[in-house]
Design a protein around this ligand. Structure first.
Ligand code: NAD
Length: 326
């Protein structure tokens, strides 16, 4: 694609999150918003006037005028809308989870490959400033503990908490641990809604790493934390506050001018615990992932959070769900 070209993008589904898609897309220079479609005409009208974006009467009419589309409908509609958009020749940004079933995800991936279209999925935490500040290529975690806890909200309860919240951490863990999963243990409970509201999964990988993942949408307070332990290293990532802290065992005292704190360990050999909290430049993760989508189209490259990695996260989420249901 011409590198100076502006990507003409439409948004389908302009509820809670679609509103933010419109807001952030409007700030990206390499994008122009063609229009929106929502099957609730009142909501479509409200978003059209709030963002000064044309509302279309049918998705087909909108898709015919776009290079790409953001699909922000409830998960159950992702496949039908995405399939239609591919037929209209659009690149796809699909909110997470990619689809409700693996069969549907596979159909989309195959069709997109045949038509040479990009699929990016809204695994937004990979664009969290705290996660982006980590040098992930050097990480070899052996134990990972995650907590993603949210207060109850009637939105999102059409799918179990595994597909709604836990899938963010499943995607991140799969991106960090380059090894096959050997064993999965999981349990979960329906407390408020008709699907699982709180769940825990323990993943054991062939390389010895264990990930203990907890997600809840019925908590009093919200928390989005991940702790990574590897040899002589402990890293904590707070996705909510956008902070990273690291405790590392070293044999040399660090350069104290960097602001690191140091504890000397007892023993014959001199060893130190270095405490480091990097200064992180904050940014809007949604804007960042939509910029990445536009740039991937312009440069003809697969995005970081492409349809294949999203399908892997979905496959794992559905396996966890099956274990809980059995
Ligand atoms: P929502 O219910 O607030 O909005 C969905 C909108 O889609 C509504 O306005 C509805 O009228 C419209 N809609 C429904 N079916 C449609 C169809 N077939 N065609 C066009 N419009 C249709 O839901 P939401 O909270 O905005 O969630 C939307 C999606 O975003 C879900 O897939 C959800 O999992 C995902 N989500 C992702 C994150 C994240 O962190 N990345 C956060 C929240 C939601």
């Amino acid at each position: 694609m011409n590198k100076d070209k502006t990507i003409k993008i439409g948004v389908i589904g302009v509820g809670h999150l679609g509103n933010f898609h419109l807001k952030q897309l409007g700030k990206i220079p390499q994008v122009s918003i063609t229009g929106l479609y929502d099957n609730d005409p009142n909501r479509a009208e409200e978003m059209s006037s709030r963002h000064n974006v044309q509302s279309y009467n049918s998705p087909d009419e909108l898709l015919d005028s776009c290079d790409a589309v953001s699909i922000v409908t409830p998960t159950g509609y992702h496949y039908a809308v995405a399939d239609k958009a591919l037929d209209a020749g659009c690149h796809l940004f699909i909110e997470k989870p990619i689809t409700a079933s693996i069969d549907h995800a596979t159909l989309l991936l195959n069709k997109a490959e045949k038509l040479n279209k990009i699929i990016q999925v809204g695994h937004i935490e990979r664009f969290n400033p705290a996660f982006m500040a980590l040098e992930t290529s050097n990480l070899q975690p052996l134990f990972i503990e995650t907590h993603r806890l949210a207060p109850f909200n009637p939105r999102g309860n059409d799918v179990p908490v595994i597909l709604d919240l836990m899938i963010h951490d499943l995607d991140i863990v799969l991106s960090l641990v380059k090894s096959e999963i050997k064993d999965i243990r999981a349990n979960g409970v329906k407390v408020v809604s008709s699907t699982v509201d709180i769940a825990n999964a323990r993943l054991e990988f062939e390389n010895g790493c264990v990930a203990n993942i907890t997600a809840s949408r019925i908590s009093q307070k919200s928390m989005r934390k991940m702790r990574l332990f590897q040899e002589e290293d402990y890293i904590t990532i707070d996705f909510q506050s956008g902070e990273v802290e690291e405790y590392k065992i070293c044999s040399t005292p660090p350069d104290l001018s960097t602001g690191d704190q140091v504890v000397e360990l007892a023993g014959a050999e001199k060893r130190y615990i270095h405490y480091h909290k990097p200064v992180i430049t904050q940014h809007d993760a949604l804007k960042e992932e939509l910029i990445h989508f536009a740039d991937s189209i312009i440069q003809g490259q697969q995005p970081e959070t492409d349809g294949h990695s999203a399908a892997e996260a979905l496959k794992l989420a559905l396996e966890i769900q099956k274990i809980i249901d059995s």
